[in-house]
Design a protein around this ligand. Sequence first.
Ligand code: CAA
Length: 380
Amino acid sequence: MEFNYTTEQQEIKEQTFKFARNEMLPFASEFDQSGEMPLTILKKAWELGFVNTCIPVEYGGVGFTSQDTVNITEGLAYGCMGMNTVLMANDLALLPIVIGGTHEQKEKFLRPFTEDYKIASFCLTEPGNGSDAAGIKTNFKEDGDDWVINGDKMWITNAGFADLFVVYGTIDSSLKHKGISCLIVDGKTAGIEIGKAEKKMGHRCSDTRGMRFNNVRVPKENMIGAPGDGWKIAMKTLDHSRPMVAASALGGALCAYDHSVKYATERNQFGKPISSFQAIQFMIANMAMKIEASRLLINKAAWMLDNDIPNTKIASYAKAFAADSCMEITTDAVQIFGGYGYSIEYPVEKLMRDAKLIQIYEGTSQIQRMVIAKEIFSRH
Ligand code: CAA
C-alpha cells in the first residue's frame, strides 16, 4: 500500500493548484455575481490540459489516469466549484463515448475536443425524472437511417454553450431501464430548443438550462452501443464521474478550511486569537479529519477504476461522504467568520452555497446511500 503521491502526481497537483490560486480564485466572486461563464479562464484550463482528462492518448488525450483526474479536479474546484462544474461536465458527457463508443465514434467525436476548446453536455435528467433515471421519457424512434428524438431535458449543465450533446432516451418506456439508449447529437442539429439560463443558489457561473428535442434527427451511427445499452453506459459513466464530483467537494472544502485557519489565527476576540478557543479548534479539527477521510475515499475509488476493479460502492461512499463533508465544512467556515462570513464581501458564503449543489447533482447524497445499500444487500 502506498499513500504518497508519485513525483508526477505531485507535479500535476501543484500545477493545478497554482492555476486555481492565480487564475480562478481571484475572479470566482466576480463571475458568481455576474452569473457569466468565464470562457477565457475555462479555455486557459483547457490549454494547460486540465479538461477532458478522460480522452485516451490514442484519440489525442493527455493520458491522465483516474487518480490524476481527481487530483486535477480537487485543484480546479479549490479555485471555484462553479467553474469546475463547467469543466467537469465535459468529462461527464465524453465518458459515455470513451466507455461504450466504437473506434470511429471516438475518432470522430473525441478528437475535436483535443484540438480546440469545445463544450459538451450530458443530457439524462428530465423535468419529471431526476433520481429515478430509469423512468426517463425522451423518446428515440427509428426512421430510415436515423433516430428521431422527442422530449424534454432539465438541469442540463453547459446546454447553452454545447458543441455536442450526449442524450439519453428510451426506445420503449415499458422496457424501463432495458429500453434506455444513448445518442451523440451535434449541437447544431435542427430541432434542439435551448431554454432560459436557470438562476441558481450557487455554481452561478455555470450554465444550467432546460432543453426540448423536437423531431431531432440523428444518424443511426451516432448511437453508443446498441438500442437498450444506454442504461449500463450511464451507470458506468457515473461510476467514473462520481469520484470526480467527490473531488470537487474536496477542493471546495479545502478552500473553506484554508480560509478558516487563516481567519481564526488573525481574528482576535476577548484579547486573543479565536484559534485559541476550543470551540473554534474543534470545528477546525473536524474539518481536517473530514478532508483527509474524503481524500482517502476519493483516491481509493479512482485507484479502483485505474485497476479495473468494480468501484460502484466506493464511488458512492466517496461522493456522499465528500459532498456531505463539504456542506458541513463550508457551513462551519461561515460560523467561524461570524457576521463577516454572512457577507458577500468575504469568500466563505459562496463556498457554502456552492457546496449544496454537490449534495444534489450526479445522484443526491440519499441516492448514493441507496446505491450503497443495494450493493450491500445484493450479496445477501
Ligand atoms: N454498473 C453497471 N450496472 C449497473 C450499475 C452500475 N454501476 N448500477 C446498476 N446497474 C444495473 C443493475 O445491476 C440492474 O441490472 P439488471 O437489469 O441486470 O438487473 C440495472 O442496472 C437496474 O439497476 P437498479 O435496479 O439499481 O435501478 P434503479 O432504477 O432501482 O435505480 C439508481 C438506480 C442507482 C437509483 C439510478 O437511477 C441513479 O443512479 N439515479 C441517480 C441519477 C443521477 O445520478 N443523475 C445524475 C444526472 S447527471 C448530473 O447531475 C450532472 C450535472 O448536472 C453536471
